[in-house]
Design a protein around this ligand. Structure first.
Ligand code: TYM
Length: 329
């Protein structure tokens, strides 16, 4: 059976882009593949975050994943730091990765563009190495992510291949699984940039747990252009194309088919708003139920960590042995 792994950071508020680009796919994948999903709290430490916030967000995001349809009887849901093998394999892979390739990561370049690199956290720099460890620990074949993770996945493949060449066949080389539609949900106020937890303004992003009327309003006020022509073309009409993609994801139609049905922006916005509200409704309802019993969520996570660790420990041992670490007797 194909193995799937993906992760999400417990920082900021989970938004429509996360759901459309990743979580929605995870809920489908769990029924077809042996699936592991983690809340990557160690990655969240690469930015400044209050300890109390991190703790609370970690459980909240796990509850959101369950609300988005992950079934703990079908997939394995866990917290990254509960499986110490992630940090350990991260070290081993850090001894395979080069400074040059990490410096080329656009996420690192973006986040240090304004300030000086000397002040950036080492964890921000080595972030993709830990992400590669997350993936390689589970002999992962398929990694369902949004388009913004493509470069990190390429690095992970490079590290796996380099390791295998140097130390012998150890890791499965994974493939990114990026959805055809909705892989890059754009900011509603600036459709030339992706919807982002940290960068988007409140009006630019739709939060997963936001009241329906707020969701609808934000979509109805989305920035488009002044051509008054409904056409699907992300390069030249990013705002309109984003609305067509959202409507498409929520209704199951393709953006191209939908473009033919509209000749004005008003009705497109109104329909996209209504469709997204309905699309999010079941997730919001389930989240409210789960939020009343976070003890249940923590029990799910404890069971998940146990299942994950059983796999991760074997892979870590294999990798360490291949590199020449002396087994403990
Ligand atoms: P994170 O927490 O930023 O985002 C979680 C997932 O949401 C996707 N995503 C989007 N998809 C479409 N449109 C958008 N505007 C949008 N914004 C975010 C992301 O592509 C991601 O799939 N580095 C990862 C977390 C990670 C990980 C891993 C992922 C750590 N270890 C191992 C896969 C495998 C991240 O920061 O995701």
């Amino acid at each position: 059976m194909t193995r799937v792994l993906s992760g999400i950071q417990p920082t900021g508020e989970i938004h429509l882009g996360n759901y459309v680009g990743a979580l929605r796919q995870w809920a489908l994948d769990q029924h077809e593949h042996d699936s592991f999903f983690c809340v990557v709290d160690l990655h969240a430490l690469s930015a400044d975050i209050e300890p109390e916030t991190l703790r609370a967000k970690t459980v909240e995001v796990a509850a959101i994943l369950l609300a988005a349809g992950l079934d703990p009887d079908v997939c394995t849901l866990f917290v990254q730091s509960h499986v110490h093998e992630h940090a350990e394999l991260g070290w081993l892979l850090g001894c395979v990765a080069s400074m040059g390739e990490l410096r080329r990561m656009t996420q690192f370049k973006d986040k240090t563009a304004k300030g000086d690199e000397g002040a950036a956290r080492v964890g921000l720099f080595t972030y993709p190495v830990l992400q590669a460890a997350d993936i390689l620990l589970y002999d992962t074949d398929r990694v369902p992510v949004g388009a913004d993770q493509r470069q990190h996945l390429e690095l992970c493949r490079d590290l796996a291949q380099r390791f295998n060449q140097r130390y012998g066949e150890t890791f499965v080389v994974p493939d990114a699984a990026i959805p055809k539609v909705g892989a890059r949900v754009m900011d509603l106020q600036d459709p030339t940039m992706k919807m982002s937890k940290s960068r988007s303004s409140p009006q630019g992003k739709v939060l997963l747990l936001e009241p329906p009327e707020v969701v609808a309003k934000k979509i109805r006020r989305a920035v488009t252009d002044n051509e008054a022509e409904v056409r699907y073309d992300p390069a030249t009409k990013p705002g309109v194309s984003n609305l067509l993609e959202l409507l498409g994801v929520a209704t199951g139609a393709t953006p191209q088919e939908l473009a033919d049905k509209y000749d004005q922006y008003g009705p497109l916005k109104a329909d996209a708003a209504a469709a997204v509200v309905e699309f999010l409704r079941p997730v919001q309802t389930r989240f409210r139920e789960l939020a009343d019993d976070l003890g249940h969520v923590e029990r799910v996570l404890a069971k998940g960590a146990e299942k994950a660790q059983a796999v991760a420990a074997r892979t870590l041992h294999r990798a360490g042995s291949a590199m020449g670490l002396l087994p403990r007797r």
